[in-house]
Design a protein around this ligand. Structure first.
Ligand SMILES: Cc1cc2nc3c(=O)[nH]c(=O)nc-3n(C[C@H](O)[C@H](O)[C@H](O)COP(=O)(O)OP(=O)(O)OC[C@H]3O[C@@H](n4cnc5c(N)ncnc54)[C@H](O)[C@@H]3O)c2cc1C
Length: 416
């Protein structure tokens, strides 16, 4: 039997779409045949094309330098930058209950910036445009992978004929050498294929929105840690470079989040002003507010025979450090490298030893990031005086230790 595709990527969020593009470019002489299956309609293409009044997307990503370089490799970064990517050169982290502050500066590590804030839909649109131009990617959209190896009733007992995997789409079946599930934090494929997952509910929701602010953000990002949850201000700029816009991610316990969501726009902005010490003056909402329940999850294994998980399907992390997409794009880079090496040697790209190498290389970084976020969250949610003193002391120490601080920020940026 011949496969219909070498690789089927299920889920064309930022991670799945990037993986399809990366794999499509691996071997120009003998390109892989790839299907990218996405359940939702493709994003509208025209929104950013010369439209200065295009509304802001409420979802944004703080892209690390490593992620930006990947988008540059795909040839989409210039388009993103020309539309509206906002570089930030400084980040201030505050303990909202005390006096502790740490600030990170791009100049101190000889970089032009610490990263870029970009709207999710802008990244997705540019990736889709590149995908449509890529002849060896078939975009099946809207379409869903509903089952793996139809007829295999036992989750976790995925049967293959040793060479191929059979996937059930809505109307037909396809054969592939490898399935990569990039179907997000609620991955149905992960569950269907019986991947064991550790997950827990944070009991929090993240409220996101875009606001216009009285004062320019001057390319600075802010983060306040409070016992009820962290608040981030991420700088945005309009098409013409107007730097009076920010995106917020405000994580709060469910009850408080629901109260904040129920407030009028003016009352919500007043609360936000209080929580942010009015650092940017008066605030005005320019998008509606949306809220997302926050969970953390991590699969025990990222791979099974002929199946790999990437991005949020494998690991979902608290958004307080804005690392979810960046970790997912690191998965993309490593899985592409491993599959590229294997394919160049004429070996089977679905073989378990290749997939296990991907898992070995990615699991430590993902686990470390999750442990770090969990530690930070727990440290800052304690309200007792000794914890507050320890936090303030710790932040002052870190702030005073230039080389340590610079190493921390370089790690977060994904630069050596
Ligand atoms: C409030 C908030 C703020 C965040 N801020 C940041 C940040 O600043 N920086 C950062 O790096 N990360 C951030 N994150 C995390 C980031 O959003 C996620 O890590 C990222 O979106 C995961 O991308 P993904 O492609 O893996 O999954 P998703 O974006 O969830 O994409 C999954 C795709 O799969 C499709 N799909 C689902 N099931 C199927 C199926 N069976 N068949 C086919 N298609 C399917 C879906 O339609 C979807 O398009 C934030 C998260 C939240 C909640």
């Amino acid at each position: 039997m011949k496969p219909d595709y070498d690789v089927v990527v299920a889920g064309a969020g930022i991670v799945g779409a990037s993986l399809a593009l990366s794999l499509a470019r691996l071997s120009p002489d003998k390109p892989l045949r790839i299907a990218l299956v996405e359940a939702r309609e493709p994003p509208p293409a025209q929104v950013y094309e010369g439209d200065e009044e295009a509304p802001f997307d409420t979802r944004v990503v703080a892209l690390s330098e490593a992620s930006r370089l990947l988008l540059e490799e795909f040839g989409v970064w210039e388009t993103i930058k020309a539309a509206r990517a906002c570089p930030y050169t400084c980040m201030e982290v505050h303990d909202a209950d005390g006096t502790g502050t740490v600030s990170f500066d791009a100049e101190a590590i000889d970089q032009a910036d610490l990263g870029h804030i970009v709207e999710n839909s802008l990244i997705l649109q540019t990736l889709y445009t590149a995908i449509v131009d890529q002849q060896n990617i078939e975009l099946l959209c809207p379409e869903t992978v509903t089952a793996v190896n139809q007829g295999s009733a036992d989750a976790g007992e995925i049967r293959t004929n040793n060479e191929l995997l059979q996937l059930q789409l809505q109307g037909h079946t396809v054969l592939t050498r490898l399935l990569v599930a990039a179907d997000g934090s609620r991955s149905a494929l992960r569950d269907f294929c019986g991947f064991e997952t550790r997950s827990w509910d944070y009991g929090q929701q993240a409220i996101v929105a875009t606001l216009r602010c009285e004062h320019s953000h001057v390319g600075k990002a802010w983060q306040w840690f409070a016992p009820q949850g962290p608040l981030a201000f991420l700088p945005l700029q309009n098409h013409d470079g107007d730097s009076h816009y920010i995106s917020i991610v405000w994580s709060q316990q469910h009850q408080r989040a629901e109260q904040l969501m129920a407030l009028s726009d003016q009352a919500f902005c007043r609360e936000l002003g209080l929580a942010s010490e009015s650092c940017l003056g008066a605030l005005e909402l320019v998008t509606s507010r949306r809220s997302y329940p926050l969970t953390q999850s991590h699969v025990i294994d990222y791979v099974k025979p002929r199946i790999a998980l990437v991005g949020d399907a494998a690991h979902t992390i608290h958004p307080l450090a804005g690392q979810g997409v960046n970790l997912g794009l690191n998965d993309v880079r490593v899985l592409s490298e491993e599959l590229g090496n294997c394919y160049a040697q004429g070996r089977d790209i679905g073989s378990t030893d290749v997939l296990r190498r991907y898992q070995r290389r990615r699991k430590p970084e993902n686990l470390a990031a999750m442990a770090g976020m969990e530690g930070l969250k727990r440290l800052f949610e304690r309200d007792e005086l000794p914890f507050r003193l320890l936090r303030n002391w710790g932040m002052k120490q870190v702030d005073g230790l230039g080389p340590v601080k610079n190493q921390l920020i370089k790690r977060a940026m994904g630069i050596p």
